[in-house]
Write a protein that binds this ligand. Structure first.
Ligand code: GDP
Ligand code: MN
Length: 373
């Protein structure tokens, strides 16, 4: 779950990491009043993407009236293909230097990894490797103050700045663990006068930790409506945008099916793991969701272990009778109760393929309009 900047800064504020004074607005009303007390102001669009500055999503108004006007403009635009639903209105801080700091999980080393740079700021992706400080954290020891000072020293920071940075890194790690974050990133971390301030905030939480922020959940939903519908009936479904609808039973076989479709020159419309023992009703529902995406063909890949092929065949036969399936349907069916399943399909005038290659090749040809149904 990715948090918006204003949510990330809310967490920073609670955990003692300095952030500019500011407030999130979902409509322009009240922006002028809020900024009346600030000497200068920045209005930042809230979208789950970086590079907002370069995309025109960050404005520096000269007057409170102008701040409200910019807020209104941003709230009715699309930045980097994302509609702007909120703006963060903040006191504009003076920026003397821009640093970069992040904590993420290094999956290969199975440890949190601190990445920091004194040569960073907005263009961190272009920063030379030798300008990046990377240090792994021992989860048992935690991130101790000496570790923070070590990072600061390697960045080339000295004196009070190094001291502030080390303290901030300890707090950043504390919240990284406390909220089950997968990433916390401050880019830029700015030197403003004599103070270090987080001018931006990017936090990604483990989805399983999302329950801690029930008030934010509706705002950070990234799934499509169909994906949510599928989740409600226990089916993992992700829309991808190609033209071959896919249903398979198990995450592994579904991923493999997507790869094989690509290999045969096709493009999958979705990922759909209909699960181990999906019954008739769930299969019908899954198929209904899939049909609503208007695929050019549907490929069903079932390797029956716990799943019984006759159950699957019955479900498809039933859906075809009751709902009707207007798109070409290609079914590969092997495993438990295979003979019974194939027979049920045959009675319905449907063929079952034995190998995944045959089935995928057929689905790809049908979707491309190269073979007749
Ligand atoms: P991003 O481009 O989406 O990562 O958005 P950021 O929040 O990182 O802002 C991009 C840039 O806008 C920063 O690097 C700054 O140059 C500028 N900016 C953002 N907030 C302020 C501010 O309070 N004061 C000043 N002077 N510049 C700011
Ligand atoms: Mn940024």
């Amino acid at each position: 779950m990715k948090l918006y900047e204003y949510m990330g800064k809310d967490i920073f504020r609670r955990e003692g990491i300095p952030v500019p004074r500011g407030k999130a607005f979902f409509s322009p009303a009240g922006v002028a009043d809020f900024t009346a007390g600030l000497s200068s102001v920045v209005v930042k669009c809230q979208v789950l993407s970086g590079g907002r500055g370069k995309a025109g999503g960050i404005k520096f108004p000269g007057t409170p009236a102008e701040a409200e006007q910019y807020a209104g403009e941003l709230l009715s635009t699309v930045i980097r293909d994302l509609p702007v639903e909120a703006v963060l209105v903040e006191e504009k801080i003076q920026i003397n230097k821009e640093y970069y700091v992040a904590i993420t999980v290094d999956g290969a080393r199975r440890k949190p990894l601190v990445i920091a740079s004194a040569h960073g700021g907005v263009d961190i992706e272009d920063a030379a490797e030798e300008h990046l400080v990377k240090l792994h954290v021992d989860v048992h020891a935690g991130l101790q103050p000496f570790f923070g000072r070590e990072v600061a020293r390697k960045m080339g920071l000295t004196g009070d700045e190094a001291r502030q940075f080390a303290q901030m890194l300890v707090k950043l790690y504390h919240l990284f663990r406390k909220y089950d974050a997968e990433l916390v990133e401050i880019n830029p971390l700015v030197v403003s006068g004599s103070q270090l301030i987080a001018a931006d905030a990017k936090i990604t939480l483990d989805d399983e930790a999302a329950y801690r922020f029930p008030e934010w959940l509706p705002r950070v939903e990234e799934r499509t409506e169909r994906e949510q519908q599928a989740a409600e009936i226990g089916i993992s479904f992700v829309e991808l945008g190609g033209d071959i609808g896919v249903i398979a039973n198990g995450a592994g076989i579904t991923m493999a099916t997507l790869d094989i479709i690509q290999h045969f020159g096709g493009s999958p419309r979705n990922f759909m793991d209909a699960g181990g023992g999906a019954g008739t009703e769930a299969t019908a529902k899954a198929l209904e969701i899939l049909l609503s995406t208007n695929p050019k063909a549907i490929l069903v890949n079932i390797f029956g272990g716990i799943t019984r092929c006759d159950d699957v065949a019955r479900a498809f036969a039933q859906v075809r009778e009751t709902v009707g399936i207007a798109v070409p349907l290609v079914i590969r069916l092997v495993g438990t109760n295979e003979e019974a399943g194939v027979e049920i399909l045959r009675q319905q005038g449907m063929t079952a393929y034995r190998t995944v290659q045959e089935a995928v090749a057929r689905a790809v040809a049908l979707a491309a309009g190269k073979e007749a149904v």
